[in-house]
Write a protein that binds this ligand. Structure first.
Ligand SMILES: *[C@@H]1O[C@H](CO)[C@@H](O)[C@H](O)[C@H]1NC(C)=O
Ligand SMILES: *[C@@H]1O[C@H](CO)[C@@H](O)[C@H](O)[C@H]1NC(C)=O
Ligand SMILES: *[C@@H]1O[C@H](CO)[C@@H](O)[C@H](O)[C@H]1NC(C)=O
Ligand SMILES: *[C@@H]1O[C@H](CO)[C@@H](O)[C@H](O)[C@H]1NC(C)=O
Ligand SMILES: *[C@@H]1O[C@H](CO)[C@@H](O)[C@H](O)[C@H]1NC(C)=O
Length: 403
């Protein structure tokens, strides 16, 4: 057979080397300028002052490994002040003068795998509003919107996703009698309500997640007002949950103190563990750094100081920044299969059977064993693009020099 002439070979070679750059979308950790440039499931986001990097914001589904565990053996991504969205306008028409903690709507958060929502509720304008206020009083300039709007978004999501379970933590300033009951009634969410009588009171396991789904008990609601459990049938959070200190005070890499209302973190009479990790003053600029290696470190510290229990709820600000999803994957890996990440669990295998993928050519693959540091990730992303460019430039040079 006659061999190809060099002149027909060169364009083929060029195509071969250039095609990865032309055809493949950017992978986790590679640079980007828009969401559409990243692989499916990734989003383009930049950390403080850095170029955009493809990041994964959605945790793995912890049920994808074929296990059916009690609810308290899963971890869920939780947004702190889920309703306080950057750029939001108050429904009162007033300009908002208050902190914001998240970037996208509740519907978008739920679609991105968020399953725990922290909502501050106040009596306001003869209704219940989501407000970010002080002194237990809501003002036009701290009021976001009527709570029923957001509760209806949650209802729409639960309706469309019959296998999902959502937990709401209410920072409760509602004084009006049955104010919460009325707004939950009005939202259409009551049919999903997990009855307080069925919540484990002595540290025993929650029902299997599958059972909660079968029974349509897919909404857990906790209030911060103790008396409402008896008077209104709304579970008092700290009868069921231990929770660490929030804000700067809680961000101590050597301790995991409980917040004042909570039993100590190692109290096994409460079966759920909530870990807060966000600074007192929320900032999208620092969130990348906060939600990466320090978050993973805190997860481990809180595990060790919570009677060796992994956090069931990992609450962060600006959840799309950094590696909050990875923290949830780590907790689920340990709980579901005894592996360092849910991605390493072998489906339907015995506990402790892990499949750690071999190191990838790119150190920033989703399966890399160490947490992906956002700045490293962007650097290596730039590097791999750089090498592709060099390869193409070399081929082009060969092309032209031969003419
Ligand atoms: C794991 O087991 C479940 C239930 O028996 C089954 O539906 C599923 O297909 C299995 N998954 C794999 C990957 O073997
Ligand atoms: C607050 O907003 C409402 C409209 O929602 C308006 O009627 C009221 O006058 C405002 N109050 C103040 C003090 O601006
Ligand atoms: C919620 O609706 C149910 C059924 O319609 C009703 O019995 C209950 O009193 C309502 N609760 C509140 C607090 O309005
Ligand atoms: C804890 O409570 C559950 C019911 O919520 C009960 O079945 C179980 O026996 C109790 N366990 C202990 C140790 O009291
Ligand atoms: C962190 O916690 C430890 C142990 O409680 C304490 O000694 C230390 O002062 C704390 N560090 C900071 C920066 O708060």
């Amino acid at each position: 057979m006659k061999s190809r002439s060099p002149s027909t070979l060169r364009p083929l070679l060029l195509l071969f080397f250039a095609s990865p750059l032309l055809a493949s979308a950017a992978k986790l950790g590679e640079t980007c300028s828009a969401d559409g440039e990243c692989d499916a499931g990734l989003r383009c986001d930049g950390c403080d002052g850095q170029p955009g990097v493809c990041v994964r914001i959605k945790p793995y589904d912890p049920r994808s490994k074929g296990k059916d565990l009690p609810f308290n053996e899963y971890s869920w991504l939780t947004t702190h002040n889920s309703f306080a969205l950057s750029g939001a306008k108050s429904d009162t028409g007033a300009a908002l003068i208050t902190f914001t903690n998240q970037q996208d709507s509740i519907t978008s958060q739920l679609n991105n795998g968020v399953r725990g929502l922290m909502l501050d509720m106040y009596d306001f304008q003869n209704d219940i509003w989501l407000c970010h206020s002080f002194g237990g009083q809501c003002y036009n300039y701290t009021a976001f919107q009527p709570a029923v709007n957001v509760l209806k978004e949650i209802k729409t999501f639960l309706e469309a996703n019959p296998k999902e379970v959502i937990t709401i933590f209410i920072e409760d300033y509602v004084k009006s009698t049955n104010g919460l009951g009325k707004v939950f009634n009005a939202s259409g969410l009551m049919k999903y309500w997990f009855p307080v009588e069925e919540m484990p009171k002595n540290g025993s396991d929650w029902p299997l997640l599958s059972k909660m789904i079968d029974q349509n008990h897919r909404l857990l609601v906790f209030t911060s007002i103790a008396s409402k459990e008896a008077s209104e049938g709304i579970a008092y959070e700290w009868n069921y949950v231990v929770e660490n200190q929030y804000g700067n005070e809680g961000m101590n890499s050597t301790s995991c103190p409980s917040r004042s209302e909570s039993s100590p973190m190692n109290s096994k009479s409460k079966s759920l563990v909530l870990m807060n990790y966000f600074p007192t003053n929320p900032s999208p600029k620092t969130a990348c750094a906060v939600n990466s290696a320090p978050l993973l470190g805190m997860l481990k510290i809180c595990h060790d100081l919570s009677a060796d229990r992994w956090a069931n709820f990992i609450a962060v600000d600006f959840y799309m920044k950094g590696d909050a999803a990875e923290a949830v994957d780590v907790a689920n890996g340990h709980m579901v299969c005894g592996c360092d990440n849910i991605a390493y669990c072998k489906a339907n295998a015995t506990f402790g059977t892990c499949e750690v993928p071999p190191p990838m050519p790119s150190p920033t693959s989703p399966a890399s064993s160490s947490p992906v540091d956002a700045s490293d990730a962007s650097a290596s992303g730039r590097l791999s693009k750089f090498f592709k460019m060099v390869a193409i430039a070399a081929i082009l040079l060969l092309e032209f020099s031969s003419y």
